[in-house]
Design a protein around this ligand. Sequence first.
Ligand code: M6P
Ligand code: ZN
Length: 192
Amino acid sequence: MQNQPFTFQLPKDANPPSVWDNHITRRLSSMKGQYLDQAAYEAMLAQDDTLLYEVYEIQRPHVVGEFLQGVSIVHPGKVGDEYFMTKGHYHEVLETGEVYYCLKGQGMMVMETPEGDWCVQEFRPGEVLYVLPRWAHRSVNTSRDEDLVFFFAYPGNAGHNYGTIERQGFRKLVIEQNGQPAIVDNPRWKQG
Ligand code: M6P
Ligand code: ZN
């Protein structure tokens, strides 16, 4: 780990940033129960445990005052009509936000709060997306054939709470309808 201030470059295409410590890969098998079309999910998994997304993380202490930063790449594809997406999470420390900067591709950030608010914002290259404290977040790649690539930074003490989303899902899904991305209610969303 660096003990001096440092700089690094962000990728212009789907390459990793010039500095990173952990390479996290998430495959279809880690998304059990998350996609609406369970039959399509099982059929796809039987063929191949497809790589859905990757995270290149710069290691920093998980403490107040630090920022955890990195680059994520969500690959294009669908399970049934539902686009490839990240697991999504709340922060363990709910009152912590996250900054995203879209480098490449097209997609959407699906967000919601424990109070019942929801919001979907588009990822556009060159734009910053700010996830407020208290908002669960999931990135979705809505492109047919291009990676969605973004930089992220969040407080070192935030932590990831995956359990809530694993149990209840997100209120909204992003699916392909008539060849276009559409935001629809998640019929399986349940409180708790
Ligand atoms: C973003 C950041 C990371 C996160 C990653 C993948 O890049 O929020 O902290 O790990 O997305 O999302 P998830 O952890 O929900 O799988
Ligand atoms: Zn987060």
